[in-house]
Write a protein that binds this ligand. Structure first.
Ligand code: AGP
Length: 369
C-alpha cells in the first residue's frame, strides 16, 4: 500500500496532487487548441440530439452532484441550454416529467451508485437520451448510458472525491464549449480564448497546490472549530458546497455551504467570533458583492478565510487569512478554488487524527439505495 501511495501519507493527498496530470489526461485527444477544436466522440456522434434538446437534466449524488451544479452554470452561460440538476435519489422517486426531448447527463466517479443507476433507467424508460460522465471504465452507469465521456482521472482510492470532481468539471466544460460552438452561442474568437485558457489550467492547478504549506498553517488555527461556513457565488457556489462536504466527511466537523448572498436570510445568525467562514472571492463575476458580504461578516466578528485571486488587495484588508489562486476566466475558477479547500479539509483531518482515506460510515461507492 505504501508503494501505491507513491510517497504520500494518504491516497487523498496523492490524488489531490495528481490533479494537474489528471486534467491533462481528460484533455488528451479532445482539446486541440492549435486547431481550435474540441472533439468528444460521444457528443459528436449525437450532435443532432444535443441540438434538438429542450433541456438537460443532470442526475448525480454527492460530489458528482456538485460537479453537475457547476455544469449548470457553465452550460447555461456558454451554450444557452436550460439545465436542471437533480439528486438522483429525489429524481427517481418523485414521478418527474421527462420527455424524448430531454437529455439526461448522469455523473458518477464509480459508475456504480445505485440511485444514479436507477435514475437513468427511469429516464431511458421515458425515452430520454442518457449521456454518462463516469471515471470507471466499463462501470454499470457507463454501460447503461446511450453515450458518454470518461473523465480519465485514473483510480480514485480515497473515499473523499478530489480528482474525480475536477475532471468531471473538465469534461463538462469541454461539452459546454463544444455545444456552444455548434449552437453559435459563442463567437470563434471567444471559443479560441476559452480553449487557450483551459489549456493553462493544469499549470495553474499546480500553482494553486503551492499554497499547501500555508493552508496547513491555516488548518492548524481552525482545526478545533465545531462549525464552519463556506460561501461562494455564481460558478463558485457549488465549490462552497463541495468544500463543506469535504470537511464534514473526513474531519467530522459540521460545515455548511451557502450562496454568499443567502447568508443574510439565515446563516448570518450563526456568526460570532468562534465561527470560521471560508469565502470564495475571486476577482471575477460578483467580486464587489462578495467583498460586501465579507464586510458584513467582519462587522459580526466572524473569522474570515478568503480564497482570492493572486494579487488581491480588498479581501486581504478584511480577512484574517487569504489563500491565493491564479487568475483565470470566470467559468474556469472552480477548477482552481477547489484546490485549497481540498487541502484545508485534508490537513484538518490529519491533525485531528481521523482516518482520512476511509472515514467512518462512508463507502467509496454507494451501491445500496
Ligand atoms: C465524495 O467525497 C463522496 N464520498 C460522495 O459524495 C460521492 O461523491 C457520491 O457517493 C457519488 O459517488 P459517485 O460519483 O461514484 O456516483
Amino acid at each position: 500500500e505504501q508503494i501505491e501511495k507513491g510517497g504520500y501519507d494518504h491516497f487523498m493527498l496523492k490524488e489531490i496532487y495528481e490533479q494537474p496530470s489528471a486534467i491533462l489526461d481528460t484533455f488528451r485527444g479532445r482539446l486541440l487548441s492549435n486547431e481550435a477544436v474540441i472533439k468528444l466522440a460521444g457528443v459528436e456522434d449525437n450532435m443532432k440530439k444535443f441540438l434538438a434538446a429542450d433541456r438537460i437534466i443532470v442526475v448525480a449524488c454527492g460530489t458528482s452532484w456538485h460537479a453537475g451544479l457547476v455544469a449548470e452554470y457553465i452550460f447555461e452561460d456558454l451554450a444557452r441550454i436550460p439545465v436542471e440538476v437533480e439528486y438522483a435519489s429525489e429524481f427517481r422517486y418523485r414521478n418527474p416529467v421527462i420527455t424524448e426531448k430531454d437529455i439526461v447527463i448522469a455523473i458518477s466517479q464509480s459508475g456504480e451508485t445505485a440511485d444514479t443507476l436507477a435514475a437513468i433507467k427511469l429516464a431511458k424508460s421515458k425515452g430520454a437520451f442518457v449521456f454518462g460522465v463516469c471515471n470507471v471504465v466499463g462501470s454499470s452507469i457507463a454501460r447503461e448510458s446511450d453515450a458518454g465521456a470518461y473523465t480519465h482521472a485514473g483510480p480514485e482510492i480515497g473515499v473523499a472525491s478530489t480528482k474525480a470532481f475536477t475532471t468531471q468539471i473538465t469534461v463538462l466544460t469541454l461539452m459546454a464549449l463544444r455545444l456552444a460552438r455548434a449552437k453559435g452561442t459563442m463567437s470563434s474568437s471567444e471559443f479560441r480564448h476559452h480553449l487557450i485558457e483551459l489549456e493553462t489550467i493544469p499549470g495553474k492547478v499546480e500553482e494553486a497546490l503551492q499554497s499547501d504549506a500555508y493552508v496547513k498553517t491555516v488548518a492548524d488555527i481552525y482545526k478545533d472549530s465545531k462549525n464552519c461556513l463556506y460561501l461562494g457565488r455564481g460558478f463558485n457556489f457549488p465549490v462552497a458546497l463541495e468544500g463543506a462536504l469535504k470537511l464534514k466527511e473526513i474531519s467530522y466537523i459540521h460545515a455548511e455551504g451557502y450562496p454568499a448572498a443567502e447568508m443574510k436570510h439565515g446563516p448570518i445568525a450563526l456568526i460570532d467570533e468562534q465561527m470560521p467562514i471560508i469565502v470564495i472571492a475571486t476577482k471575477k463575476g460578483h467580486y464587489e458583492k462578495v467583498v460586501s458580504n465579507i464586510q458584513e461578516i467582519k462587522s459580526r466578528k466572524g473569522r474570515i478565510i478568503g480564497i482570492v485571486t493572486k494579487g488581491d488587495v480588498s479581501v486581504k484588508e478584511l480577512a484574517d487569512h487569504v489563500i491565493e489562486v491564479p487568475e483565470t476566466i470566470e467559468c474556469l475558477t472552480p477548477l482552481l478554488t477547489t484546490i485549497p479547500l481540498q487541502l484545508l479539509s485534508y490537513h484538518i483531518a490529519v491533525m485531528l487524527n481521523k482516518n482520512v482515506d476511509q472515514p467512518r460510515n462512508l463507502a467509496k461507492s454507494v451501491t445500496v439505495e
